[in-house]
Design a protein around this ligand. Structure first.
Ligand SMILES: [Mg+2]
Length: 327
């Protein structure tokens, strides 16, 4: 049976993004990421990073340093009892300054190349898998690959969302909430199936370096120079009924919050934007009709025409607001 996986963006999804990271010491895990990755392992998901790294093409970071950065990321995760099964990156960019990397690439998100490659190499069923990222490129890549998607929306300004930007299946403020969403979806899909609670959380990998020019670090065993601090050890083998009830209530609360947030997003609807634009045109028509009144060269019919336009458009604005109110 094929595996299921969570494909995750790297910057501002798992680690802080100061712009371009070109030094391993800059790697900082975002809050809650380790716990989220541990839970994903327990839920039976492979955890795979898919990240655009155009900084390589731009000459900001070398592939060698990128490899060190990812080793540092592995160590930080391992130290907290978490881990990942694979890192795929795309170093190419059509505007790169380094000729070797200056080109389009099917691996560069929003293209789905890295996800498809990982799926092939790790025997992953994409329909049962999710893509989590903080940009619309991540969501587009996930949708093109046939995965479900979650947009981490805490670092993007959706005011500037373009109509062509894809709509993610779900939205979350961080990895922790994203994992809760996936957990709820899994339960809804398999109500009779218990979530495994005794999965080992220690990562089974070791960075072995870059392979074949591009795009991949295959991970196979734990780094040797660090020890896990045993976050996973805190996971109990058996849950009490009370704990299960509490968790269910927490999930319900999170779900309600998510629905409220989606509602807030819908407040900024296309109908509202169109109504605002039409309202501005109404004011312009009224202003022009006033100008025509004081202009002897303009006939009375010109004034009437402008006022007529203003009335019709104003009625459209009222209709749009009534439609919104009924929703
Ligand atoms: Mg990102």
């Amino acid at each position: 049976m094929s595996n299921k996986a969570i494909f995750m963006d790297r910057d501002d999804t798992l680690i802080k993004d100061p712009g371009y990271i070109n030094n391993p010491d800059q790697v900082q895990l975002l809050a809650g990421v380790s716990e989220a990755l541990i839970e994903l392992k327990q839920m039976g998901y492979k955890r795979v990073i898919v990240t655009n790294q155009s900084g390589v093409a731009r000459g900001i970071v070398s592939e060698e340093v990128l490899k060190q950065i990812h080793k540092r990321l592995e160590k930080l995760l391992f130290r907290e009892g978490a881990g990942i099964e694979g890192i795929y990156y795309c170093p190419y960019h059509p505007d790169g300054v380094i000729e070797k990397y200056r080109r389009e690439s099917e691996n560069r998100k929003p293209n789905p190349g890295m996800i498809l490659k990982a799926a092939k190499e790790m025997d992953i069923d994409l329909k049962r898998s999710w893509v989590i990222g903080n940009s619309y490129r991540d969501i587009a890549a996930g949708q093109r690959a046939g995965c479900k998607t979650i947009l981490i929306n805490s670092s993007i300004d959706q005011t500037y969302r373009k109509p062509t930007d894809p709509v993610a299946d779900k939205q979350a403020v961080n990895m922790k909430e994203a994992v809760n969403i996936i957990k709820m979806q899994d339960r809804a899909g398999r109500p009779a199936e218990a979530v495994p609670n005794n999965a080992k959380s220690e990562p089974s990998f070791k960075a072995e370096g870059l392979e074949n020019q591009a795009d991949k670090i295959q991970l196979e065993g734990p780094p040797q120079d660090i020890q896990p601090m045993g976050v996973a050890a805190k996971v109990k083998d058996k849950e009490t009924e009370a704990a299960r009830t509490n968790r269910l209530l927490e999930d319900m609360l999170r779900h309600i919050k998510e629905m409220q947030r989606e509602g807030m997003f819908e407040e900024f609807s296309m109908a509202k934007v169109i109504a605002g634009i039409i309202q501005a045109v109404v004011l312009l028509c009224l202003f022009l009709s006033l100008l025509f009144l004081t202009d002897d060269t303009k006939s009375a019919s010109s004034v009437h025409t402008m006022i007529g336009y203003a009335i019709v458009l104003q009625l459209m604005v009222v209709a749009l607001y009534m439609m919104r109110g009924r929703k």
